[in-house]
Write a protein that binds this ligand. Structure first.
Ligand code: APR
Length: 316
């Protein structure tokens, strides 16, 4: 008699999202519907993550995907996650800078990181909570993780905003545009027109300087522009799309090159700080930091951005 061979099913990857708000909920939707991983949504508000998870499971039934989406207030349910995405915290309201959020979100980040990493000590931790660079530094400190295991999501979002405005200016598809934005996720971010291209053609060949300056300024204020328009909330579709691309790069071990907040140990003349730089992202998290040759002007703006982050780290 031929005995059936038992094939051990490989474990599905699991992503924990702390904070089942707008960014967390839309990120869970993307992860489940693209069939990337199971999702645990964890929030402090009773019922909220459970309700959103149930809604998303019902959406999955229509989308014909079978990923598990669990909503919980109990960190025990997040055990053994491969990736933790931190979106818990207050979003920015009109007139509030990201730095205004610092004190409130710092206490939330301290609380949730220690609980989450106790359940998943090997997870890659992706921070989305603002002020991004400072919260990423704090999350790393609280976690005690090696630096490659912690990364902040901002550069992908800022570059997407830059790409969108370049596409709008030229009247062409944003699919053909690659943009690079370094520095902190704030008013001092450093969009790099020199290194931003339309299918390899530098935008400096296609757009005049005044228009580029205008686009750079609009990119720097990209989050605030949306806060002002929405009046009672902040962006979440693009932030969750940006976080998704990082989660996917990690789980699929794709070694993708993204601008993201990484821990610097002398690169760009900076150390003991998390700030947006080009990184290679894969299953181990930040595999490499790419050090670009910047002009003295670009480097000066990058250092000004770092100074502002450092001042806020000092407030922690
Ligand atoms: N533990 C768990 N969840 C928490 C905690 C906590 N201590 N404190 C707040 N939350 C949850 C809230 O209950 C809410 O569901 O975090 C969620 C935040 O969701 P939203 O208010 O909708 O904010 P969102 O737009 O998703 O932004 C979240 O990402 O882009 C950043 O600036 C943004 O810092 C903000 C974060």
């Amino acid at each position: 008699m031929i005995m059936p061979t038992l094939v051990q099913a490989s474990r599905s990857p699991q992503v924990t999202i702390i904070g089942a708000g707008n960014v967390g909920g839309t990120l869970a939707h993307r992860i489940a519907e693209s069939n990337l991983a199971n999702v645990v949504l964890c929030d402090i508000v009773q019922g909220k993550p459970q309700g959103i998870a149930l809604d998303l499971m019902q959406a999955s039934a229509i989308a014909k995907v079978d990923r598990q989406i669990v909503g919980t207030n109990d960190y025990a349910d997040t055990k053994n996650s491969d990736v933790i995405v931190l979106t818990a915290g207050l979003p920015r309201k009109e007139g509030m800078s990201r730095n205004d959020l610092l004190r409130i979100n710092a206490s939330i980040v301290k609380d949730v990181v220690s609980k989450a990493i106790a359940q998943s000590p090997n997870a890659i931790l992706i921070v989305v909570t603002n002020p991004l660079d400072v919260m990423t530094y704090l999350a790393w400190q609280v976690s005690g993780f090696p630096t490659h295991q912690v990364v902040g999501m901002a550069g992908v979002l800022d570059a997407a905003r830059f790409q969108t405005f370049i596409a709008m200016e030229l009247g062409i598809s944003s699919a053909d545009i690659n943009a690079m934005v370094l520095g902190g996720h704030g008013d001092l971010m450093v969009p790099l027109p020199r290194l931003s291209t339309v299918n390899s053609v530098p935008i400096t060949e296609l757009i005049n300087k005044d228009a580029i300056d205008r686009i750079v300024e609009r990119t720097r204020n990209g989050g605030a522009e949306i806060v002002k328009l929405m009046q009672n909330g902040s962006a979440y579709f693009a932030p969750s799309a940006a976080a998704y691309s990082m989660v996917e790069a990690v789980l699929s071990d794709r070694h993708r090159l993204f601008p993201a907040a990484a821990y610097l140990t002398g690169e760009y003349g900076l150390k003991d700080i998390f700030m947006g730089v080009p990184v290679q992202l894969g299953r181990q998290g930040v595999e490499k930091i790419i050090e670009l040759q910047l002009t003295s002007d670009e480097l000066a703006v990058l250092h000004a951005s770092a100074t502002s982050i450092q001042e806020n780290i000092n407030l922690l």
